[in-house]
Every structure is written in C-alpha cells, then in structure tokens.
Design a protein around this ligand. Structure first.
Ligand code: APR
Length: 274
C-alpha cells in the first residue's frame, strides 16, 4: 500500500501534463452527499426521476428548484477539504494541469482551482429555461463565479437561508422568473437525458487524449459520457491512477488503485502532506 502511494507520487511528480478527473467522492469529506454511496447517497434518499430530469422540472418546478436550493445551501455551508486543496496545489506546481469535474459544487473553485471544467454544470449557474430549447446555448465550461453567457443568464435569487429542507421536508421553492423573457429560471445543471455542455465535453476529451497522467478521484465511473474520460486517457497511453475507498469499474484501466479517501490520500500524493 505504501509502495503504491510512493509509486503514484513519483509518477505524478514526473508527469508533464496531468488531468485530475473528479466525482462527488472528493466532496464527501466536506459533508456534501455523494449519489450512490449506500444509505447516505442522494439516490438512496431521493428519486432522480422526480428531481433530476427535464420532465421532473416541467411537472413540478417548485419541488425541483427547492431540492437544488437545498443542495446549494448545503454546498454554501461546506468548506473545501484537503483533497480539493491538494488539487489546487498540484495546479499551482504544474500549471498545465487540467481539472475536469462531474460535480456541480464550487469547492474546487473555492480551494483555488482556476478553471475546472464542469461536465454536469453548476449549482451556481442558474439560467432561463429558454436555453434548454437550444442545446447549443448550453453553458460552456461553467464556473460558479461567471453565470454562463446564456441568452438570459439569471441573477441569483437570494434564496431563503432556510432552504435547508429537502423535498422530503416540504422544501418547495418556486423558481425565479427570467428578467429578460419572464420564463422560469432552472438549475444550471445537466439533468439525466440532457446533452452535456459541448465546449466542456470537447475540452475534457482533448485534455484526456493528450495528458500523460490522469488522476481519477471519487467517482463510481458509471455515468456516461463523463465516465469515458479516464478511458480515453488510458487508450491514449496515459498512466491512470485512481483514488477511491471502494473498487470501481475503472480499476482495470488503472496502473495504481489507491484504496483511500480524497482528503487522506491526495495531500501525500501531491507532496504537500507530512
Ligand atoms: N474519497 C474518495 N472517494 C470517495 C469518498 C471519499 N471520501 N467517499 C466516497 N467515495 C467514492 C465512492 O466509493 C464512489 O465510488 O466516490 C464515488 C461516488 O460515486 P457516485 O456517488 O456515483 O458519484 P459520481 O461518480 O460523481 O456520480 C456521477 O452521476 O448522478 C449523476 O450527475 C451525477 O455527476 C454525478 C454522476
């Protein structure tokens, strides 16, 4: 185990072009729930069909908006953990590093990562529903600080602080209206069945195809096309190293599988640990 960590740290130190690919597991130690972790996972407690699809929003916008406000409130109360900070330190040391995340939280940004590529959008980039009608208008690589230059970006409503109640606890909140056209504002995340932001996906595939090492942290590797990213890197001859306390379908394409958590493993790997 120690050998693996040392080996991984050496490979990382020698790599010239690194991609860090993250999933909800990197935010777990910040108290932000993952999706598929047995009992604590969001999909064990909430039905994605009722909350994370365009049909769900159309059927009950208050329920869906309320749920995302509940998730956003939890992220705002969370702090980046040592895993996020180690990724930012790696970027500072190796400027060519590209961070690609499936997460819709802003913890990479708050840890100091300059421009993570958000494949699934962001909780901090609400937009008018009219953009959904034109997939091309999907936000490019979305950064929580910059509301995508969608046709009608939505200014953030100052959601009630007590958006702490999830749908189970009656957390229905009517979505705001677009100031430009009066239609509903929707969460700036990619729902099941929707296309991913074109520019984000292209940039992520490009980075994966040209890197010499890809670090995959905290993802179950089962949701596509995002899960294709580490496989593109492996097929392009890059070394793939995984950090996950559990085995995943990605294990077999990884040169090293570190069975640990992001906050405990990344700092030592990046060489800022003890
Ligand atoms: N450190 C590292 N990994 C962890 C930690 C931790 N502290 N805690 C949990 N994990 C791992 C779990 O073992 C699991 O493999 O993180 C992974 C989380 O998997 P998921 O919950 O499926 O999250 P993710 O892979 O990001 O989901 C992908 O699915 O629902 C959609 O759009 C959503 O972006 C999300 C996508």
């Amino acid at each position: 185990e120690q050998g693996d960590e040392r080996g991984a740290a050496e490979l990382l130190a020698q790599a010239r072009r690194v991609v860090v690919f993250t999933g909800s597991g990197i935010s777990a130690e910040s108290g932000v729930p993952t999706f598929r972790d047995d009992l604590s996972g969001l999909w064990a407690r909430f039905d994605p069909q009722r909350l994370a699809t365009p049909e769900a929003f159309h059927a009950d916008p208050d329920l869906v908006w309320g749920w995302y406000e509940w998730r956003r409130a939890r992220v705002r109360r969370a702090q980046p953990n040592a895993g996020h900070l180690a990724v930012a330190a790696l970027e500072a040391r190796a400027p060519g590093t590209v961070v690609v995340t499936q997460n819709v939280d802003d913890l990479h940004e708050r840890a100091g990562s300059s421009a993570p590529i958000h494949l699934h959008g962001s909780l901090f980039a609400p937009r008018c529903v009219s953009d959904a009608a034109h997939p091309a208008a999907f936000p490019e690589a979305v950064h929580p600080t910059a509301i995508p230059d969608a046709a009608h970006p939505a200014a953030f409503p100052d959601a009630e602080e007590d958006a702490g109640a999830g749908p189970g606890e009656g957390g229905r909140i009517p979505p705001p209206r677009c100031e430009r056209c009066g239609r509903l504002v929707r969460p700036g995340v990619v729902w099941f069945g929707e296309p991913l932001p074109e520019a984000a996906l292209t940039a992520a595939f490009e980075a994966a195809a040209t890197c010499d090492l890809l670090l995959v942290v905290g993802t179950s590797g089962v949701v596509y096309p995002a899960a294709e990213i580490p496989r593109v890197a492996a097929r392009s001859g890059a070394v793939v190293i995984q950090i996950n306390p559990e085995p995943t379908p990605l294990d077999r394409i990884c040169a090293i599988n570190l069975r640990g958590t992001a906050a405990q493993t990344l700092p030592a790997l990046v060489g800022i640990g003890d």
